[in-house]
Design a protein around this ligand. Structure first.
Ligand code: UD1
Length: 339
């Protein structure tokens, strides 16, 4: 069985990708130092995949420890998730973000070259597009813009580092997946998003408010030039996103020569904050306590993915609806609060 190194494999997207990898016959080997992941997720993950998992509790920036791991295993490829992702925090602590997100990627690339592991799937973000000008549906040709947060900038720079390394090391086969807004949880409710502290993202804020952990959801802004005045995003079920990683690995396995691709991963549909709230209430029967507040600085008005490239080159498209994602996220929230 082919082994895939999954950095950040105990995190939200990483843990769901581990499930997809196992379902597709790969052996995931996880590196995660648990600074931003919860061991409850690992317990659920083991239960879900009905097997033990090899997990190294190591900081991906620790080059000598990472080298030891690369020496112990023959990896078919690497899926690199491990990174900080809170936009607001990155504004207050930019060096924390540059240090961690960029060094971890460079360590991964150095180890890959040293041990002749030539396939990389990298978690990038639609944040690289910034605020789309006229067309709100962005494809991979849409120019990248100056990032509006250090977090976003680490994703822009990381894509450039991979591009430059690909030019210098022509063995490298890389796919940068530009995620839109990952939401939901596995349908078993055994794994899901486990924010440490107050959540930054919309859906965990919604579910924590619905369960009573948080008092009220603030909808950031009601005067955007959209149909209902709230921002529009492309929310993608985390299991669909997880499957896109497995498709990306198998795409790389089929490449005879080196490559460096960027691919959008979204549904192609935009949903406003108010639409998401209404759908959540109708699908779960939970009344949500929310009110409008001021705009959040740095938010883009509207963005959603053109997903033609993912369909064409990965043979991938989203299969879950946003309603599925909301139900699964709610089941997970209830589960973690029932203990
Ligand atoms: C942002 C980044 C994304 C990154 C993600 C990681 C952009 C375009 N996107 O997503 O690349 O991976 O952060 O954290 O920069 N909202 C509320 N109330 C809340 C929380 C959110 O109204 O309490 C609204 C926001 O204003 C936004 C939407 O919900 O319109 C989604 O917000 P969020 O989940 O934080 O994701 P993004 O900001 O889109």
């Amino acid at each position: 069985m082919k082994s895939i190194l999954v950095t950040g494999g105990a995190g939200f997207i990483g843990s769901h990708t581990v499930v997809s990898l196992i379902n597709s016959g790969y052996t995931p080997i996880i590196v995660d130092d648990f600074r931003n992941a919860n061991k409850t997720v690992v317990q659920g993950l083991k239960k879900l995949v009905e097997q033990d998992l090899l997990i190294y509790q190591v900081d991906v920036c620790d080059k000598s420890k990472m080298n030891e791991i690369f020496e112990k295993h023959v990896f078919e490829g690497v899926i690199h998730f491990a990174a900080y992702k809170a936009v607001g925090e990155s504004v207050d602590f930019p060096l924390k973000y540059y240090h961690n997100n960029l060094n971890s990627l460079m360590v991964v690339l150095e180890c890959m070259k040293k041990h002749a592991v030539d396939k990389l799937v990298f978690s990038s973000s639609c944040t690289v597009y910034g605020e789309p000008k006229d067309l709100k549906e962005v494809d991979e040709q849409t120019p990248k813009v100056q990032a509006n947060s250090p977090y976003g900038n680490t994703k822009c720079i990381s894509e450039e580092i991979i591009q430059d390394y690909h030019a210098a090391w022509p063995m490298l086969k890389a796919v940068n997946l530009r995620y839109f807004n990952p939401v939901g949880a596995h349908s078993s409710a055994l794994i899901g998003e486990y924010p440490i502290g107050k959540p930054n993202n919309l859906l965990p804020y919604v579910t924590q408010t619905a369960i009573g952990k948080l008092e009220e959801l603030t909808v950031f802004g009601n005067d955007y030039p959209t149909k209902d005045g709230t921002c529009i995003r492309d929310y993608i079920h985390v299991m669909d996103l997880a499957n896109a990683h497995v498709k990306a690995i198998s795409f790389l396995e089929k490449q005879e020569s080196s490559c460096c691709e960027v691919i959008n991963v979204g549904t192609g549909k935009g949903t406003s904050v108010l639409e998401l709230i209404t759908l959540f209430e109708s699908k779960t029967g939970q009344k949500l306590n929310w009110s409008f507040g001021p705009r959040r600085s740095g938010d883009v008005t509207e963005i959603y993915a053109n997903v033609s490239k993912a369909k064409k080159i990965l043979s991938w498209e989203a299969s879950y609806s946003i309603a599925d994602a909301l139900i699964h996220a709610w089941e997970w929230e209830k589960k973690i609060n029932s203990k």
